[in-house]
Write a protein that binds this ligand. Structure first.
Ligand SMILES: [Ca+2]
Ligand SMILES: [Ca+2]
Length: 304
């Protein structure tokens, strides 16, 4: 009887101990995996940061090149606009990481802070945002210094910034603007720049929209303007694109007059998207910088 009891008791202890060891082993396994994950995440982050540095250097070199040639032009045929993929080897063998970097010209988009209300309403309508007119009013009221709403009522205190948006996602703080609305317009607008759009980097869709704002039904102007005069080379002077437009709208005495403040041929604001990857663990940095500010001043920085 006693013997049996001891046998069961010993077996019980053995089972408990085994379970404990298994649990401990599993916890250690999880802990090791977690540590490895965070270590790789950190490595990926440093790779992403060096990707940002590479991009900053490329933009700096481009600025120097433009300065030396005395042609301040930024277009999609330049080195900075080509995506960069780089394998990076670590100090211990067999370990590598990857950096992917993309640079976009922020002035290929329209600055929402300086947009006329008519234009903003048109953009929201075209991008199929619901209640576009009301939402454009809310955006304008949020940004403009004026403290009366578009409808003429006094603005409710605290609901409006009455200053320019600092980051585009601030749109989501505005009454009625949903994530869905934001996603519909985010590729066409920016919050930096003097309001001019770089005709050498603009998206076809944005160019379509801009021309349509000024010359209804004149899509042939877009065909002529886009990608001219020489594929990806871009326009080297404002006169180049103005001449193309004048030829196209000869019935109008001075079509360029309407839009001379809409386009430019170079840019100082750039968006860098840099991703580091180590063992399948990724870290992404998105930042916007003013490359003409001392040492490329970062205006916006986001990590995920
Ligand atoms: Ca350039
Ligand atoms: Ca206001």
């Amino acid at each position: 009887m006693r013997k049996g009891f001891f046998l069961v008791f010993s077996l019980g202890i053995l089972v408990v101990l085994s379970l404990f060891c298994l649990g401990l082993g599993f916890r250690t396994y999880i802990q090791t995996r977690k540590t490895k994950f965070y270590l790789n995440k950190q490595r990926a982050f440093y790779l992403a940061v060096s990707g940002v540095k590479i991009a900053q250097q490329m933009l700096e070199q481009d600025m120097q090149k433009d300065k030396e040639a005395d042609t301040y032009v930024d277009h999609l045929g330049e080195d900075w606009s080509q995506p960069i993929e780089k394998e990076v080897a670590f100090s211990y063998p067999g370990k590598t990481g990857k950096i992917s970097v993309e640079i976009e010209d922020e002035t290929s988009r329209i600055n929402i802070n300086t947009m006329q209300i008519k234009m903003l309403k048109k953009l929201l309508t075209e991008k199929e945002v619901e209640n576009p007119n009301n939402k454009a009013d809310y955006i304008i009221d949020y940004i403009d210094a004026n403290t009366d709403t578009q409808a003429g009522e006094p603005e409710v205190e605290g609901r409006y910034k009455n200053a320019a948006l600092s980051v585009l996602s601030e749109l989501l703080l505005i009454e009625d603007i949903s994530v869905d609305d934001y996603n519909k317009i985010k590729y066409f607008v920016s919050v930096v720049g003097d309001g001019k759009v770089n005709i050498n980097t603009v998206l076809r869709e944005t160019l379509d929209f801009l021309i349509e704002c000024f010359f209804t039904g004149k899509t042939e102007i877009v065909n002529k303007l886009f990608g001219q005069p020489d594929g990806e080379r871009g326009y080297y002077s404002a006169l180049d694109w103005q001449n193309v437009m004048s030829e196209e709208i000869s019935s109008d005495p001075d079509p360029v007059l309407y839009i001379k403040d809409i386009f430019c041929i170079n840019s100082k604001y750039y968006r860098i998207t840099s991703e580091g990857e180590v063992d399948g663990v990724k870290k992404k940095i998105i930042c916007v910088l003013n490359r003409e500010a001392e040492s490329g001043k970062i205006l916006y920085w986001h990590e995920n």
